[in-house]
Design a protein around this ligand. Sequence first.
Ligand code: AVI
Length: 317
Amino acid sequence: MLKGEGDIPSGLVDPAFRADVLAGLARRPRAIPARWFYDRRGSELFEAITELPEYYPTRTEIGILERIGAEVRDLVGEGRAVVEFGSGSSTKTPILLRAVAPSAYVPIDISGDFLRESSRVLAAQFPDLPVLPFEADFMRPLALPGAIGGSAKLGFFPGSTIGNMTPLAAIDLLRAMRASLAEGAMLLIGMDRIKDAAVLEPAYDDAAGVTAAFNLNLLARINRELDGTVPLDAFAHVARWNDDRARIEMHLAATRDVDFTVDGRPFAMATGETIHTENSHKYGPRDARILLRGGGWTPVAEWTDPAGLFAVILAEA
Ligand code: AVI
């Protein structure tokens, strides 16, 4: 859902993008939902982030998944239908599919183009596996494709994407997943752990400036798609740990007083004022378990890397 929205053909703008940007720039504090990062350029920049030396989550989670395959298979059994919330990752999804020998694989994503592309790649890798891409918004309970029939489901939600939601929205999503996957379901979910700000902040403000480019691309997208005049050189990328809320916040801060228009509407920002663009919540071991229980899931097993940076949790409905 969050990643991989394709570029909108010129002249066609997603009305929800326009509405979110105009409302977000008008409110105080100013804020634009992180889902709008992921146009084609933003998705490319996110891929580059996952390979940065400072950005530990992706490689750490992959290392955990590679290690736990046999244990996961013992706990979930073979022949479940794996339902992935998001288009699927070219690295993480095959690790899970090899481990649990599913009866079918159902990736769910709101962005049809990206979903079909990644499903084609996966189907080629697993020629005997029915791959059933499902274009839908998984934030709501869904009726899954009839073709997966009565098989029990294993939900897969890696990447700590749940961290990009507020705890309240995360609980709503977990409940929706439970309703979609139905009785007997299990869920394998990745959650990033709370750790020292000295590790967290560089992960979101890397030396090469890739995360800064990812954040600033939102303004470029606004200029391109919403006929904006936002001067990109008047904004700086800011990533800071909010200890009270246990989250990294990303902002775009005005480095000088600035006036611009978006879709013909005027906006003015004073030096230092920010647009809040993303939250990335981190969870301690107990916090993660409470969150899952709040969403209707009972934790069954939990794995971390040796440094305890990241957790992969298996839960049952
Ligand atoms: C997609 N999501 C889990 C990433 C995160 O770590 O919160 C998005 C991201 N933003 C900046 N770097 C990575």
